[in-house]
Design a protein around this ligand. Structure first.
Ligand SMILES: *Cc1c(COP(=O)(O)O)cnc(C)c1O
Length: 362
């Protein structure tokens, strides 16, 4: 058995401890005589799994009692539609979108199908390497919500403060920074994300939504499965939820609690990212295109400035046991995704490799 340093943007590295525990429980989950994959989602055993997962997530994030937690199928893309369908008024609905990368751009475009989705700020002119000047953004006071993508996974751009939207609910896609740092849930109307970046296997989105935003007065074409009111009423069990994914997420929540919760993991994430950014700042051989104040702790893109050399880097890295370091197809170069479960040793190994590659190719 050998494991690589896996810098994949998602699905991505999971804590080894969690994988081992899941392996041990694979054939006989705690005396049930079956795998979690094989059991009814209505069984006592699974009910305990999902309830504990929710309780641990609430505990980790400090989710107030007036928020619902939903575990839903369909990943983040399904929420790109579910959010406007559920939150825009059925007649004359409108929402303001801040576009800071490909994911918020896609979400904004999807939302135009359901109402007046307006891009109120975009950093596309800097090739998504900066943050919008929030003081200059003209929000519409009668919008149904304001939408951001907290951490743009492809470009490696993360908000360092959130827009003040007054009474207009703020909606955030946190797919790639979920549980990477403490967050004040009460500032948001909806926080959601696909779990496959920083929490578990693919197949589930977690939606944390303030109860007063859950209504049956929604776009009449909303599929029943995408209605927050239906899913909240049925505690995410309207139909079969992504059971095995929820089970692994639950284990990751418990693992995070052992790491000192979100404050503990945040401090580790800062220290980890610092190793990589400090090196990038100390050399001219590699460039990190993102403005310093917008840098993500989770996704770190960098380039050599030469496409052939980038390709050589990716191939040589693979030889050295460093996998999935190639940048997204839309930006090229390299990207190191250093999520919660990436050990500091992995980042150190990457920087060692980068130094060696630099020395050999300068
Ligand atoms: C990966 C990603 C998505 C898309 O997730 P899917 O689950 O594949 O639909 C959306 N937003 C962000 C920020 C992402 O990183």
């Amino acid at each position: 058995m050998s494991r690589v340093w896996n810098f994949s943007a998602g699905p991505a590295v999971l804590p080894e401890e969690v994988l081992k525990e899941a392996a041990e429980e694979m054939l006989d989950y705690r005396g049930t005589g079956m795998s979690v994959m094989e059991m009814s989602h209505r069984s006592k055993a699974f009910e305990t799994i999902i309830n504990e997962a929710e309780a641990d997530l609430r505990d980790l994030m400090g989710i107030p009692d007036n928020y619902k937690v939903l575990f839903l199928q369909g990943g983040a893309w399904t929420q790109f539609s579910a959010i406007p369908m559920n939150l825009m008024k059925p007649e004359g609905g409108k929402a303001d979108y801040l576009v800071t990368g490909g994911w918020s751009k896609n979400a904004a475009k999807e939302a135009t199908k359901y109402g007046d989705a307006k891009v109120v700020a975009s950093t596309e002119d800097t090739n998504f390497t900066t943050l919008p000047d929030l003081d200059k953004v003209e929000f519409r006071p009668d919008a149904d919500y304001v939408y951001i993508c907290d951490n743009e996974t492809v470009y490696g751009v993360k908000y360092n403060k959130y827009p003040e939207t007054g009474d207009v609910p703020l909606v955030a896609d946190v797919s790639s920074c979920f549980l990477s740092e403490p967050i004040d849930v009460s500032k948001f109307g909806v926080i959601y994300g696909g779990v496959q970046k920083n929490i578990g296997p693919a197949g589930c989105a977690i939606v944390i939504i303030r109860e007063d935003l859950i209504t049956e007065d929604i776009n009449p074409y909303t599929p029943k499965i995408m209605s927050y009111a239906v899913q909240a009423e049925k505690d995410s069990m309207f139909n079969t939820p992504p059971c095995y994914t929820i089970y692994i997420c639950g284990k990751v929540f418990k693992w995070l609690k052992k790491q000192g919760g979100l404050q503990g993991i945040y401090e580790r994430n800062v220290a980890k990212a610092k190793i990589l950014y400090d090196y990038l700042d100390s050399t001219d051989f590699y460039q990190a295109p993102v403005a310093k104040e917008a840098r993500s702790l989770m996704n770190v893109p960098f380039v050599t400035g030469d496409k052939d050399l980038d390709a050589k880097f990716v191939a040589a890295a693979k030889e050295a046991g460093i996998e999935n370091i190639k940048g997204h197809r839309s930006v090229g170069g390299m990207r190191a995704s250093i999520y919660n479960a990436m050990p500091v040793e992995g980042v150190e190994a990457l920087v060692e490799f980068m130094k060696k590659f630099e020395a050999e190719n300068k």
